[in-house]
Write a new protein. Structure first.
Length: 763
C-alpha cells in the first residue's frame, strides 16, 4: 500500500526571463507568497505546499497552466516501450532550462532493458522523456524517485491489461430472505431478512434493479434513494458486496484495495484483500459467473516527479500510481477529461476523474485540480480520504462540474468501503446538479468525514425533489464548511456530527431545512439563510448543549430556529419575517443561552417554547413587531404546564432585560387574580382598574429579580398571613402611582421585597 504525504514541493521548467511575487490566499484566507517564474515556452508551473494551522490542515492554492491548447491532434502509430528515452547525464543543479537535457538515445526492447536504462541514470537524478507518439506499456513498471518523467503534448502512454495466474471459482456471501417493493416506492419490505447487517451507502439488487441504501429502518425495512420502477413481490435479496475466492491466485501481491478487477467484460472494484485467494469487490454484474480467468491492469508506479500539461497522456485499462511526494497536483486532463460543456464526453470525464483520484490510492493526500470550464459527468465522483478537489474559483474563471440530466445520483460522495479520517477537501467549484428524477445530494459523505473542508463552492439544482441536500455530512467531525452558496435544492446542509464549523455560507432552500444539525460542539456563524419557496425551517438543532448559532440572518421560514431536545448558544442572530415563530421548541430546551438576538416581524411569537425548559436564559434580546396572541405577542413559555423535565427537575427559564417585552403596559393576571404571572419579563407596570390583592407572583426561577412600577391605586400587596410575599414589616401595602417594588425569589419559594414610595404622595 502506498501512503501519500503532501510535501512542500516547487517544480518548474523555467528560464531566467523574469521573476515576480504573487500574493495568494489559502482556504482560511491567510495571505501567502509564491514565486512565479515565467518560461520561454509558454508554460508556468507553480508548486503546492501544505502548512499546519490550528484546525484542519490548509493548502495553498497554486495552479499549473498550459497556455497553448492542442486538442484533437492525431497521434502517430503505437510504439513499444523499447523507445523510452533517458538523459545521458544529470541535469545541472539549477534545472533552469529545458535545453540542459543531454541528447536522447534509444534503449533496448524489454522491461529488463528499461530497468537497465533507469539504472544508468546518475544517482542525483535524471530525466526520462516520452517523445511524440503512442507508447505501449505491457508489464508493471516502477520509475525511481530521483527520476523526472516528462511527457510532451502529442504523447500518449497506453497501459495494457495483465492476466493473473488463476481463476475465480466462487461467488458471493448469500443473503437470506425475500423483498417486496411497490412501483415508484423507495421503501423496501423484507421477510426473513436482517437489514441491520447492511450499511447506508451499500447497494441492493432486486429483480435486476440496483439501488443505493439511504436509511436502515429495521431488520425488515429499509429505504433506498431511487424509486423502483416495477412492482416486485417476494424477490430474492442480494446485496452488492461480494466475496470472491480464487484458485491459484495471488490477490495479496497482485492487487490493492481500490484497484479495478476485470472479469470478462465486467468491471469490479476491490474493497478488501484477505489473502492470496480471497477478496471482496463491489459493482458486481447482475448475472453470476464462475471459473473465469481474471485480469487486472498493468501498474505503472511513478516515484519521481511528473512534468506534463493539460492534455491526455494516459490511456488503457492499466493503473497509474504515484508514490508519496511524487506529485502535488494531479489533473484529470491527463486521462482525457475536458471542460468543454458537452454531454458526449460525460463518460470520459467520469472515467478520467475516477482514475485521477485512484492514482493516489486510498488514504493518500492529493490535489485533483480542475481547469476553467464545464466538466460534464454521468455518475458520482467517489472521493477517498485524503483527496482534495480544487477548481479555479468563481467569476470569470469558473470551474463547473455538471451532472447530466436524469443520471439520478449524487454529484460527489465518499466511498463507504474505504475507511479513514485523513483531511480532505473541496474548494472553488460550481456544482450543477441539473434535473434529476429524485432528491439526490450534491455532496454525500457518510463515512467518518473528519477534517474535511468544503469551501467557496456553489451548489445549484433544478430538481427540488424532497429529500435532497446540497451538502450531506453524516458522522462528521472537525469539518469546515465555509463560504459556499446553495440554491435550488430542497434542503441546504445536513450535519450530523461534532466540533465542526459552518461559516459564512449563503443558503436558499425550498423544502424542509436550510440547515439540519444534530450533534455537539458545532459552530453555525455568519450565514445568510433564506427560505426560498416556503422552506419550513431555517436551522434545526438537536442534542447540542455546546453548539453555537451566532450572527446569522434567518428568514423567512415557517420557523426560524427550531430546537428539538437541546440548547446551546443562540446569540446575535437576526431572525426576521418568519411565517410562524422566530425561535420555537415543542419538545425540550435545556442548557440554552439565548441572548442579544434581534427577533422581528414574525407572524406569531418571536420565541415560543411549548415543552419543558431547564437551565435556560433568555436575555438582552430585541423583540419587535411580532404577532403572537395575548398580552405578550413576543414570548410564550409554557413551562408552567410542564413542571418537570426529563430528569424530574422543576425549572423555568430566566427571562429578563429583553427590549420590547419587559415593561408591560397592562399587568397580565391569571384567573385567580391575586397571583400574576411574571415569567415573561423582569420589569412590569400595573394598570388595574379594579381592586386586586397580590399574594404571590406566579413562576420565576430561584434568584429571579423583578421590578414592579405601580400605575394605579387599585393594587394591594399582602405581606401578612399566608402570603408568599416577605417584607414591609409584615404589613400590607397599597402603593400610589409612581411607587415601585423590587423582589427576589428565594430558595424557599418566597419573594423578598423592598417597597419604595415617591416623595409626591397625595394628601
Amino acid at each position: 500500500m502506498l501512503s501519500i504525504l503532501i510535501l512542500t514541493l516547487c517544480l518548474g521548467i523555467t528560464t531566467n526571463k523574469s521573476i515576480f511575487e504573487e500574493k495568494s490566499k489559502d482556504l482560511f484566507g491567510n495571505e501567502l507568497k509564491s514565486v512565479i517564474k515565467e518560461s520561454g515556452i509558454s508554460k508556468q508551473k507553480i508548486g503546492f505546499s501544505l502548512s499546519q494551522l490550528p484546525g484542519p490542515p490548509t493548502f495553498k492554492i497554486k495552479r499549473y497552466r498550459d497556455d497553448v491548447s492542442k486538442e484533437g491532434e492525431i497521434h502517430s502509430a503505437p510504439r513499444p516501450l523499447d523507445e523510452l528515452t533517458q538523459a545521458s547525464g544529470a541535469l545541472p543543479k539549477s534545472k533552469n532550462s529545458i535545453d540542459s537535457i543531454s541528447k536522447i538515445k534509444k534503449i533496448g526492447f524489454s522491461k529488463g532493458s528499461i530497468e537497465k536504462a533507469i539504472a544508468k541514470l546518475p544517482r542525483e537524478g535524471g530525466t526520462l522523456n516520452f517523445l511524440d507518439g503512442t507508447w505501449e506499456i505491457n508489464d508493471d513498471l516502477t520509475i525511481p524517485d530521483k527520476t523526472e518523467v516528462r511527457i510532451e503534448h502529442g504523447t500518449l502512454i497506453k497501459i495494457g491489461t495483465k492476466k493473473a495466474t488463476g481463476t475465480i471459482s466462487s461467488l458471493e456471501e448469500p443473503c437470506q430472505g425475500t423483498l417486496s417493493v411497490q412501483e415508484g416506492s423507495t421503501l423496501v419490505e423484507g421477510k426473513d431478512t436482517d437489514f441491520s447487517r447492511l450499511k447506508v451507502g451499500q447497494f441492493i439488487i432486486c429483480n435486476g434493479q440496483r439501488r443505493e441504501i439511504r436509511r436502515i429502518i429495521s431488520k425488515t425495512q429499509l429505504e433506498v434513494w431511487k424509486p423502483f420502477q416495477t412492482t416486485v413481490h417476494r424477490a430474492e435479496f442480494t446485496k452488492a458486496t461480494y466475496f470472491l475466492k480464487g484458485s491459484g491466485t495471488k490477490f495479496d501481491t497482485e492487487l490493492e484495495v481500490g484497484d479495478f478487477l476485470y472479469v470478462g467484460q465486467e468491471k469490479l472494484v476491490v474493497t478488501s484483500i484477505s489473502g492470496p485467494d480471497s477478496l471482496t469487490v463491489v459493482d458486481y454484474p447482475l448475472k453470476p459467473f464462475s471459473a473465469q480467468a481474471f485480469s487486472r491492469g498493468i501498474r505503472v508506479k511513478i516515484e519521481g516527479s511528473l512534468d506534463a500539461g493539460l492534455y491526455k497522456i494516459f490511456t488503457g485499462p492499466g493503473v497509474v500510481k504515484f508514490a508519496p511526494g511524487a506529485v502535488t497536483t494531479i489533473h484529470p486532463e491527463w486521462w482525457g477529461a475536458k471542460g468543454n460543456k458537452t454531454n458526449s464526453i460525460a463518460q470520459a470525464n467520469s472515467d478520467a476523474i475516477e482514475k485521477a483520484i485512484h492514482s493516489m490510492g486510498p488514504d493518500k493526500q492529493a490535489v485533483i485540480e480542475f481547469a476553467q470550464g464545464t466538466y460534464k459527468i454521468n455518475r458520482s465522483i467517489v472521493m477517498v480520504p485524503g483527496t482534495y478537489l480544487r477548481g479555479q474559483g468563481m467569476g470569470h474563471r469558473d470551474t463547473i462540474i455538471e451532472m447530466v440530466a436524469h443520471a439520478n445520483c449524487h454529484i460527489v460522495k465518499d466511498s463507504p468501503r474505504i475507511s479513514g479520517q485523513q483531511a480532505s477537501g473541496i474548494a472553488g467549484i460550481l456544482f450543477n446538479h441539473g434535473r434529476q428524477d429524485a432528491g439526490y445530494n450534491g455532496l454525500h459523505f457518510t463515512n467518518n468525514t473528519k477534517l474535511w473542508q468544503i469551501e467557496n463552492c456553489t451548489f445549484v439544482s433544478y430538481t427540488e425533489h424532497p429529500g435532497g441536500y446540497a451538502i450531506y455530512l453524516d458522522s462528521a467531525a472537525e469539518a469546515w464548511v465555509r463560504g459556499n452558496f446553495i440554491y435550488g435544492y430542497h434542503n441546504g446542509i445536513y450535519a450530523w456530527g461534532y466540533d465542526s464549523y459552518y461559516l459564512n455560507n449563503e443558503i436558499a432552500a425550498g423544502g424542509d431545512y436550510a440547515i439540519y444539525m444534530i450533534g455537539d460542539g458545532n459552530v453555525v456563524q455568519g450565514n445568510i439563510i433564506f427560505g426560498d419557496s416556503g422552506c419550513k425551517t431555517g436551522i434545526y438543532t438537536k442534542t447540542s448543549p455546546n453548539t453555537s448559532i451566532i450572527g446569522n440572518r434567518i428568514g423567512p421560514f415557517d420557523n426560524g430556529i427550531v430546537i428539538g431536545n437541546g440548547g446551546g448558544i443562540i446569540e446575535g442572530n437576526v431572525i426576521i419575517g418568519n411565517r410562524i415563530h422566530g425561535i420555537f421548541s415543542e419538545k425540550g430546551v435545556s442548557d440554552a443561552l439565548i441572548i442579544n438576538n434581534r427577533i422581528v416581524g414574525n407572524k406569531s411569537y418571536g420565541l415560543a417554547f411549548t415543552g419543558w425548559c431547564v437551565n435556560t436564559i433568555i436575555k438582552n434580546n430585541i423583540f419587535q413587531k411580532n404577532g403572537g396572541p395575548g398580552p405578550n405577542p413576543h414570548i410564550r413559555v409554557d413551562t408552567y404546564t410542564h413542571p418537570t423535565n426529563y430528569s424530574g427537575q422543576v425549572d423555568e427559564p430566566l427571562v429578563e432585560d429583553n427590549a420590547g417585552v419587559d415593561l408591560q403596559s397592562d399587568y397580565p393576571l391569571l384567573p385567580s387574580g391575586n397571583t400574576p404571572n411574571i415569567r415573561m419579563a423582569r420589569r412590569w407596570k400595573t394598570a388595574n382598574k379594579q381592586p386586586v390583592t397580590i399574594t404571590d407572583f406566579l413562576g420565576g426561577c430561584k434568584g429571579k429579580e423583578i421590578l414592579v412600577v405601580f400605575g394605579d391605586e387599585q393594587t394591594t400587596l399582602k405581606f401578612s398571613g399566608d402570603s408568599k410575599l416577605r417584607g414591609h414589616g409584615g404589613q400590607d401595602w397599597r402603593p400610589s402611582p409612581g411607587d415601585h417594588l423590587r423582589a427576589v425569589k428565594g430558595d424557599d419559594g418566597y419573594w423578598y421585597c423592598e417597597c419604595f414610595e415617591t416623595h409626591f404622595k397625595k394628601q
